[in-house]
Design a protein around this ligand. Sequence first.
Ligand code: NIG
Ligand code: FE
Length: 423
Amino acid sequence: MKTDILIKNASQIATCAGCDRPRRGKEMSYDIMMEDGWVAAAAGRIVGIGKGDIPREIRVDDDTLVIDASGKTVLPGFVDPHTHLVHGGSREMELALKLEGVSYLDILKKGGGILSTVRATRAASEDELMKKAAKSLDIMLLHGTTTVEAKSGYGLNMEDEIKSLKVVKALNESHPVDIVSTFMGAHAVPTEYSGKKKEYIDLLIEEVMPCVKRMDLAEFCDVFCEKGVFSVEESRKILARAREMGYKLKIHADEIEALGGAELAGELGAVSAEHLLAVTNKGIRKMKQGNVIAVLLPGTSFNLDLGKYARARDMIEAGLAIALATDYNPGSCPTENIQLIISLACLKMKMMPEEVVCAATINAAHAIHRGGEIGSLEVGKKADIVVLDVPNISYLPYHFGINHVDKVIKNGRLVVDDQRLVY
Ligand code: NIG
Ligand code: FE
């Protein structure tokens, strides 16, 4: 078989292979590694992977790109299953307030926070949003992320939600990084509906959500279920209708207060519940019963300086599948760097190196319903591969805060070489 790309002599390969559903609990660290390995790709797919000698069927021609990964580690391309990719502006002016002790929810209550990004997003043209988000996608790709989820939620009216989702669609078609789209009109109540939350929810359910679905602009629907934002009852109403319309479900649950978002995720059979800093044991049990993936975002705890992280060890003990994500957004977590999140997950949530690798690849792929296509290195899957300049996976979280990517292959094509974009 002719091979387009052959990566050989890798000191370690994290295959994350061999399980066709999310890895739960102890499975997250079981049998995901291979020493001294090679991977071959052709026509955008993985066609072979193994240890030691490369079999003769893997044919290397003059035009095969052969990458010597001696001393390096090969992983599936990172999957970032929770981002707020498309938005206008930035919020560095809130930093001083935060340092003075004003809370995230208090900034939002005063019309700042998400609502300030809503103003900037509404004021921005499609082209401006597109350029800004493309730059972030480039940064993600340079850090090894090959697929992301992107939520709307800074338009908060028909026109600007559709505008943001169209930008996601156009970027998915034009940028090497694949994007899975989520509608999140229930991210905050826009100022013009202040005191009229019920009317806003009706607008979402009766007009915006059916229109987004008709235009095929989003696969998932997400709600910010939080004190002072959307209650459990309101979230249930929105998500139950979303499910009837054919959306798959996600929920921002128990981020700051233990409201019961995790329980709701279990009840509705959501694909994932995200944040979960304040989740209760009952919430964890309900997620387990409903096969809900826990998407954890330690960058947000770090950046909001909440002094508290999600209880990853208890979740693993309870048999949940954990995925990791950046939560990239202009407020609670302005970073595109999944490698930093991986370090924080180890250092602050006590996740082990194998667990964080699994959480940022195969489990993250399942959290956006792409587990059959990406997230592991096995024959037939997309050739989304990163070569890290680290001798083993423990070195990745250990040497923190820098970019370890050497090369990125997306859909079988070299897109980052020697830390530079080459697409
Ligand atoms: O996931 N919590 C709600 N939404 C985002 C933050 C968005 C923002 O602050 O702009 C989050 O943390
Ligand atoms: Fe978020």
